[in-house]
Design a protein around this ligand. Structure first.
Ligand SMILES: [Zn+2]
Ligand SMILES: [Zn+2]
Length: 168
């Protein structure tokens, strides 16, 4: 997932507002099982089970996706405000994997004197991964042993770029 909302989603899913959740998409259903505490997830699933027994689980809408969507604009703005700090740019260069729409928005909100630094930082990680990937492909073609870890990092990067993939 896009780095911009990953942490926000993770912290929400550790303690979801169970009472306000009526519909949850498959992705977030699994995430809640994985990350929420047993009491919280248990109470939610119990409600869904009982409702499912009565009405069936029909809706594909997701209240978690909707919650994240509502925060989106505020998060982009908040992150843009942090760009003046050197550690923010450093994080972006080394860890950042923003989806294309959020990268664009972030650039639009970035202070003018930082625009080119932000653009560089946004592209840095992809460029580095590309270099490693080209090397890996060459080694593999030469039948030399390769470290598959790069593939996992590239996959993670590509998934992040795809953005949120949220339901409305
Ligand atoms: Zn969802
Ligand atoms: Zn994004």
């Amino acid at each position: 997932m896009c780095s911009l909302l990953k942490e926000f989603q993770a912290s929400y899913l550790r303690e979801p507002h169970v009472a306000s959740l009526e519909n949850v998409c498959s992705f977030h259903m699994w995430m809640i099982a994985k990350t929420a505490d047993a009491e919280t997830a248990g109470a939610l699933y119990l409600r869904f089970l009982d409702r499912g027994a009565k009405h069936g689980l029909v809706s594909d809408a997701c209240d978690v996706c909707a919650h994240i969507r509502r925060e989106e604009a505020a998060r982009v703005k908040e992150f843009a405000d942090l760009l003046e700090r050197p550690e923010t740019l450093k994080w972006l260069r080394e860890q950042g994997a923003l989806c294309v729409p959020h990268a664009r928005e972030l650039l639009a909100h970035a202070p003018e004197q930082l625009q080119s630094d932000v653009l560089l930082a946004l592209n840095k990680r992809g460029a580095e991964l590309r270099k490693k990937l080209v090397h890996l492909v060459r080694e593999a073609q030469g039948r030399r042993p390769v470290h598959g870890g790069v593939l996992g990092r590239v996959a993670e990067y590509l998934v992040a770029q795809r953005g949120l993939g949220l339901r409305s």
